[in-house]
Design a protein around this ligand. Structure first.
Ligand code: KG4
Ligand code: ZN
Length: 364
């Protein structure tokens, strides 16, 4: 019987400052507290995250978030077994702020320090929330990430493919701007799309003709811009019906690409692990009903169990970092004061790198 561990997690790699306490053992842990302070207002006027503003806000908020997470869980630093922190990938200033905070706490308390890959945090979340055993196939799909990962253990990931340009959330946000809808764009497009025809406007399905698991979403943004401009030129404006058709068609195009590529990814994953029987999705875009329904259908067709963590733990948070740290600590791993921030840190060092820079900065 392993003694339950109590781990503090710290996350500051993008535009959320977060801290959390997770308690338990590998495969059976619970979130004792999870607090997140977002920065949307700070960056609203700039059309994207400004790294310097983000880093300063993290440095100001980290101590407060850590204190709040401890008190919400009813524990003190003395009750902890280790401190886990996102050490990358992400914006260098933000990651550094978190790593320095964690090092300060580790030096003051003598607790073990654990550097965690942010993508590993996302990939391990279904095990934290639903006890999902390894191995499983994960689609991580958010404003900054889009990749298929075969997750075999806390330190064993194979990336089967991903976006070669924008992430889908980023594409939803840009398309919403083009249609005059509010941010974040995903929920706004989904709401308007309910009144539209998904086949109303012809949009491409990029890379579906390619027999791999890679995806591309930046061309869709140009395609919807053209479609919008054509309608406006013909009619002299955009009716609510046109807006709904454009939104529904755009959502259908993204859903089709994600769903078809998921089928492909399941086949590739099964060629590596024939007994694969579990699939999970994570990231903000997983909130989309049409996308989720499409993925559930693929899983039903292909005999896979479908899991989606609750949305608050799908989006950026520190509970996932604490749990990834718990798995590392339970395996006898730790870092020392030489732990450094790694703005680029691929989860799977064996697969070739894919992505450039999205709106949220350099992402693995
Ligand atoms: O994981 P997340 O909260 O943040 C990061 O990417 O860091 O994902 C946010 C993204 C945004 O781009 C947002 O537009 C998208 O997820 N999103 C959605 C929906 N809800 C959030 N996209 C499509 N449909 C939704 N219902
Ligand atoms: Zn993330």
């Amino acid at each position: 019987m392993i003694t339950p561990l109590t781990i503090l997690g710290i996350e500051s790699s993008c535009d959320d400052t977060a801290a959390a306490i997770v308690r338990g053992v590998p495969g059976q842990a619970a979130v004792a507290s999870s607090v997140v302070s977002g920065q949307v207002d700070l960056h609203a006027g700039f059309g994207g995250v400004v790294p310097e503003i983000a880093a300063r806000a993290h440095a100001e908020k980290l101590d407060i978030m850590v204190e709040q997470s401890l008190s919400a869980a009813g524990v003190t630093l003395g009750d902890l077994d280790a401190i886990a922190v996102t050490a990358g990938p992400g914006l260098i200033g933000g990651v550094l702020s978190g790593v320095m905070c964690a090092k300060g706490l580790a030096a003051a308390t003598g607790l073990s320090l654990l550097g965690v890959n942010h993508l590993a945090g996302h990939a391990l979340t279904p095990q934290l929330t639903d006890g999902l055993p390894f191995p499983y196939l994960m689609l991580l799909v958010s404003g900054g990430h889009c990749q298929f990962l075969l997750v075999r253990d806390h330190d064993n990931y194979t990336r089967l493919g991903g976006t070669i340009d924008d992430a889908p959330g980023e594409a939803f946000d840009k398309a919403a701007r083009l249609l005059g809808l509010a941010q974040p764009g995903g929920p706004a497009i989904e709401a308007v799309a309910t009144a539209g025809d998904p086949a109303g406007v012809g949009l491409p399905r990029p890379l579906l003709d390619r027999d791999d698991c890679n995806m591309s979403f930046s061309g869709l943004k140009t395609a919807i811009l053209r479609a919008r401009d054509d309608i406006m030129q013909d009619k002299g404006g955009l009716t609510a019906r046109d807006q709904a058709d454009l939104a529904a068609s755009f959502q259908a195009a993204i859903a089709d690409v994600l769903v078809q590529k998921t089928r492909r990814a399941v086949t590739v994953a099964r060629s590596l692990d024939p007994a694969l029987s579990r699939f999970s999705v994570a990231g903000g875009v997983a909130a989309n009903g049409a996308i989720r329904a499409g993925l559930e259908t693929v899983c039903a067709d292909m005999g896979l169990e479908f899991t989606a963590p609750p949305l608050a733990l799908c989006t950026d948070n520190a509970a996932m970092i604490a749990y990834a740290g718990l798995l590392r600590h339970a395996s006898g791993e730790s870092d020392d004061m030489t732990l450094s921030a790694r703005p680029r840190w691929p989860l799977d060092a064996h697969s070739p790198g894919l992505l450039g820079s999205g709106k949220k900065g350099a992402k693995a």
